[in-house]
Ligand binder design. Structure first.
Ligand code: SF4
Length: 496
């Protein structure tokens, strides 16, 4: 294209362009995706679009009405109101009004696994110095209720949080007691391996409406290789935990996440079939993060993002096939992206927000009383870099928000203002991820043309748009069904 994105025509065509961005479709260079500032979009012939932006579109052409209804042009700029566009924009960003809804309590760093790609800096079983103290827990609970959000998701995480279940139990009771006057909507989640779950723990969880989030990397051989225990029985223990959790809390209360190592990339169908075999209706296919032990062992476990995207395309095709056969199974991150592409609503998922969800959508209370704006910031701190730490649990939220760490996040936290993102057609659906860019590129603003985050996002958006546009009506219905299922619940993608 010769003209710039967000071009505003100032000739005398009888209409005015509104802020827009565009992208040539990689699978059909003769057409372009055109998006409005609020995320409305259409696909047009490139020649027609060029006529539109150079003031040559006839108002009687169908494209004119399409562009007008999607707030890409205004037929009568003097008298037209932008109120509906601004209302759409507000709806897209309505998570901003509430403050953080996701609160992660790291009750212990101890764990019985020795996963080679561990992302959370685990500690050995006997190291009780890495458990959260009662004083830290009480301060963290106070800060939780200092936040204005009406709905609070409280996620207990580790290490292995079941190793300090007494602290989980105490915090749950304290939070519920305080909530008698606060009257917030509470959601409790434990991210755990589910190994060594006791009946007493399950009984407590049932009484307090807990959900369980665990990690299952695929078939037995793969899970045991990725998540070794001395006894080589990691898969068996996890599956038993899933089964016991479902019987105690209900099928829908147990979810699982997959971390993809290099060896996972060769077996997308086997991973998906394992989830189907175990009766899951949701799977989360997470590429490896550049944190914790993952980076140290990159040569064995790591891969380039292009390999992940190839894996993803095969996995998506297989997921569609599974759904065509009548078994409902959706991929979590895909569902979030599709809901942004295909519905006007926001779901508040912290990684897909702009302004960023880091610190504005989530807070992490570490075992030692330090506070971080995301789990990734905590992982970086565990690697010796505390630049994104917000402060301590006994300090005020105002102190956290004015901390140098939060300023660093905010300076790079608005995608629409970042180089390259500012002109990208996908920015209304994308997020700013300052800490990921810092971890990978040493700069929280980052360089999008060489950014793994950007390549992943761009690749996923292109793939999903193409599948939706060119797929059969059955496949379209499946993808739209996933989009509509994305709810306002925080999509927590971190597990043990
Ligand atoms: S990260 Fe990449 S895909 Fe996302 S808005 Fe920025 S340039 Fe576009």
């Amino acid at each position: 294209m010769k003209f710039a994105a967000r071009h505003t025509f100032v000739g005398n065509p009888g209409y005015r362009l509104l802020p827009l961005r565009f992208r040539r479709l990689p699978w059909d260079q003769s057409r372009v995706l055109v998006t409005s500032m609020s995320g409305d979009w259409l696909i047009a012939q490139r020649n027609d679009f060029e006529r539109a932006v150079t003031g040559q579109l006839d108002p009687r052409e169908p494209l004119f009405a399409d562009m007008e209804s999607r707030f890409l042009i205004s037929a009568d700029p003097e008298r037209a109101t932008l109120a509906p566009l601004l209302s759409q924009y507000r709806t897209r960003k309505d998570y901003l009004a509430e403050g953080p809804r996701l609160h992660i309590f790291v009750v212990s760093l101890r764990c019985h696994h020795t996963c080679a790609y561990c992302q959370v800096s685990r500690q050995a079983l006997g190291q009780t110095a890495f458990d959260m103290s009662e004083s830290t827990a009480r301060h963290a609970m106070d800060r939780l209720f200092d936040q204005p959000a009406k709905t609070l998701t409280i996620e207990f995480q580790g290490g292995e949080p079941l190793l300090r279940f007494d602290r989980v139990r105490q915090l749950t009771r304290l939070i519920e007691q305080r909530n008698r006057t606060e009257k917030r909507v509470l959601r409790f989640v434990i991210a755990s391996t589910l190994h060594d779950l006791t009946d007493e723990q399950l009984s407590f969880m049932r009484g307090h409406g807990f959900e369980l989030s665990t990690s299952l990397d695929g078939p037995e051989w793969l899970h045991n290789l990725n998540r070794p225990r001395l006894e080589r029985d990691s898969y068996r223990r996890t599956v038993e935990g899933i089964d016991r959790g479902r019987r105690a809390l209900g099928d829908g209360a147990v979810s699982a996440l997959t971390t993809l190592t290099r060896r996972s990339l060769g077996v997308p169908k086997e991973i998906i079939d394992e989830y189907r075999k175990l009766g899951f209706h949701s799977i989360s296919l997470r590429p490896l993060s550049p944190y914790g032990f993952a980076r140290k062992t990159d040569a064995r476990h790591g891969y380039v993002i292009g390999d992940f995207l190839k894996f993803y395309e095969t996995a998506l095709d297989h997921l569609l096939q599974v759904n065509r056969e009548g078994y409902f199974l959706q991929e979590t991150y895909t569902r979030m992206l599709l809901s942004l592409l295909l519905t006007p609503f926001s779901h508040g998922y912290v990684d897909l927000r702009s302004p960023t969800g880091t610190g504005l959508g989530a807070v992490v209370y570490d075992y030692d009383g330090r506070v971080y704006p995301s789990d990734e910031a905590r992982m970086l701190a565990a690697m010796g870099d505390r630049r994104f730490a917000l402060g301590r649990v006994d300090e005020s939220i105002e102190t956290w928000m004015s901390s140098p760490g939060m300023q660093l996040v905010l300076d790079a936290g608005v995608a629409e203002a970042l180089p390259t993102c500012a002109d990208c057609a996908y920015v209304p659906f994308c997020g700013a991820d300052p800490i990921d860019h810092y971890a990978r590129q040493g700069d929280s603003i980052g360089h999008r043309p060489t950014s793994d985050f950007c390549r992943k996002q761009m690749g996923l958006f292109d793939t999903l748009l193409q599948r939706w546009e060119q797929g059969s009506s059955v496949d379209r219905d499946i993808l739209e069904g996933w989009a509509l299922r994305a709810t306002c619940r925080e999509g927590v993608l971190e597990a043990a």
